[in-house]
Design a protein around this ligand. Structure first.
Ligand SMILES: Cc1ncc(CN)c(N)n1
Length: 223
């Protein structure tokens, strides 16, 4: 198995804790309190703005135009497709964009995006891919598993669009290049450097788990 593909197994405990979080299963069976989802949606919107900036950092640090294009294509998809999913749900809740723009990121949300930005500023392209990889990979993995596990109750579920969006082939294909690109960038790295990449990846998986938990508890600050 290539280095990039082993990263999930190296974070498997927290990866599975993420999948087992009640937030996800209540989305799967449609019972998640819509106020909880609304909290998530608004926090995630502010998260995605910061997340999109990390792809811009990747484009700045990319060594060639192919890689620059890969980063900017995803950045565009986040801003115009993924955030459309959020804007559509916000519409259903009657939340306007102006109202949405007054939302402040929670303490934890800020910690997560600050960590991503710090890695992007201090690291190279391999570190940038490592820090964003779990954001795409966990969402695809969790959504495909939810789609399968709750296939009998998906139709008409309020969260069906969310699940099908992240379980889609288009979403998977958008980040497929992360694997080979990270492997190529890591080919000549020392053991110590590879461990640092693993730590960056695992930290983001942990942040992903805690983002579900923060949203489930509607936790804006440490209290
Ligand atoms: C917190 C978080 N992580 C990842 C994703 C998927 N791009 C997301 N929308 N939000």
């Amino acid at each position: 198995m290539s280095f990039s593909r082993t990263l999930k197994d190296k974070s498997i405990t927290v990866w599975e804790d993420g999948y087992n979080h009640p937030f996800l299963h209540e989305m799967g069976n449609g019972t998640l309190d819509q106020e909880v989802f609304k909290f998530y949606l608004l926090q995630d919107y502010t998260y995605l703005i910061e997340y999109a900036k990390i792809f811009a950092m990747g484009a700045v640090k990319a060594a060639d135009e192919k890689l620059m294009t890969n980063f900017t294509v995803i950045q565009h998809a986040i801003l115009y497709e993924e955030m459309d999913l959020h804007r559509n749900y916000m519409n259903e809740f009657g939340i306007t964009l102006d109202e949405n723009h007054t939302v402040k990121p929670s303490l934890f949300n800020k910690a997560y995006t600050s960590n991503m930005m710090s890695v992007a500023q201090t690291g190279g392209v391999a570190e940038i891919i490592a820090v964003i990889f779990p954001c795409a990979w966990t969402y695809y993995d969790y959504a495909t598993r939810l789609k399968e596990q709750y296939r009998d109750s998906l139709e008409g579920n309020f969260y069906q669009t969310w699940i099908e969006n992240y379980a889609s082939d288009e979403f998977r294909d958008s980040f497929e290049w992360f694997y080979d690109t990270l492997d190529a960038l890591c080919e000549h790295k020392t053991e110590q450097e590879l461990e640092a990449i693993e730590d960056i990846f695992r930290r983001s998986v942990e942040f992903e788990y805690l983002f579900w938990d923060m949203a489930y508890n509607r936790q804006l600050s440490y209290l």
